[in-house]
Design a protein around this ligand. Structure first.
Ligand SMILES: [Zn+2]
Length: 295
């Protein structure tokens, strides 16, 4: 299977910028780690793809976190991504499965819910992350991200995200964002609208064997497009580690640590984002309980 990757581009007349990503493998990884239903795979897959696309707009030290908090049965959908190409995420209720919607697609909108909020936290890498909140448009993820972009950047944009999942697994996933820059005129908008109407679906093009550059030139037909980055690999990756779990235990008081050591014989922690579990054994707990609290 083709490696996941992300590519940024700009038109030579300076009227539009675009970012495009393929995410099949990382969505499959999330599905396996969290044992996701089909509907949850589609929802989390779209959200992780969207976060990867948005993360390409911040500096290398930055990060983007999205929280979709709708009124649907899936509960919250949490993802974060950074521009170095890593992304992670989870949904509150990973087993929720719904019938297909009237279009024959996984019903992400109902699963997430169309009443609620999308919280976007942008850390540009200079400290003081910036949070904005928009109401959910449909709960279908791409429309909600588009609403955030229109609200926050006051510029027209196109957000297309897709996942294709069958009983065989995640067969294709990816997405793109195209944004109008201040020099864009009526012709640019017209051409783009045309391109969108003949585009088809992202995962259909992937399954036809089209690569990231080909899909990009299809959505930007009629424009002279220049990639401004190499294709950067993308992957599901978490920041947790056993060392961090041990650090977290250090905030507990001596009695709690000792009772874990003596009653449970160990401490176990699970990372929500990647579902890894970490165990700390009895001896280590006793050792931690002997250390004075750091200030
Ligand atoms: Zn983790």
């Amino acid at each position: 299977m083709m490696q996941d990757g992300i590519l940024k581009a700009i038109s030579s007349d300076g009227t539009i910028r675009a970012v495009i990503a393929t995410t099949t493998n990382l969505v499959a990884e999330a599905r396996k780690r969290h044992n996701l239903s089909f509907t949850a795979t589609a929802a989390l897959g779209r959200a992780m793809t969207g976060a990867s696309l948005l993360a390409s707009f911040v500096t290398k030290q930055g990060q983007v976190a999205l929280k979709f908090q709708g009124n649907g049965p899936l509960g919250a959908v949490m993802v974060d991504a950074n521009p170095k190409g890593t992304v992670r995420g989870y949904v509150e209720n990973p087993q929720v499965e719904l019938p297909l919607n009237s279009l024959g697609n996984f019903d992400v909108g109902t699963a997430v819910g169309n009443t609620g909020y999308l919280h976007v936290i942008i850390d540009r890498g200079f400290g003081m992350p910036h949070q904005s909140t928009v109401e959910l448009e449909t709960g279908e993820i791409a429309e909600d991200i588009n609403r955030y972009l229109v609200d926050s950047e006051q510029t027209g944009s196109i957000v297309i995200i897709g996942t294709h999942i069958t009983s065989e697994g995640v067969e294709a996933a990816g997405g793109l964002i195209v944004q109008l820059l201040p020099d864009a005129n009526e012709d640019t908008v017209c051409q783009l609208e045309n391109n969108v109407s003949t585009f088809g679906t992202f995962t259909f093009l992937m399954r036809q064997g089209m690569g990231i550059e080909e899909i990009l030139s299809r959505i930007l037909q009629g424009f002279d497009v220049r990639p401004i980055t190499e294709v950067l690999p993308l992957s599901f990756q978490c920041k947790c580690s056993k060392a961090r779990f041990v650090e977290a235990l250090k905030v507990l008081d001596k009695d709690s640590l000792l009772s874990m050591a003596n009653e449970d014989g160990q401490a176990e922690g699970r990372c929500e984002f990647c579902n890894n579990t970490y165990q700390v054994d009895k001896d280590c707990l006793i050792e931690l309980s002997d250390k004075p609290l750091a200030d």
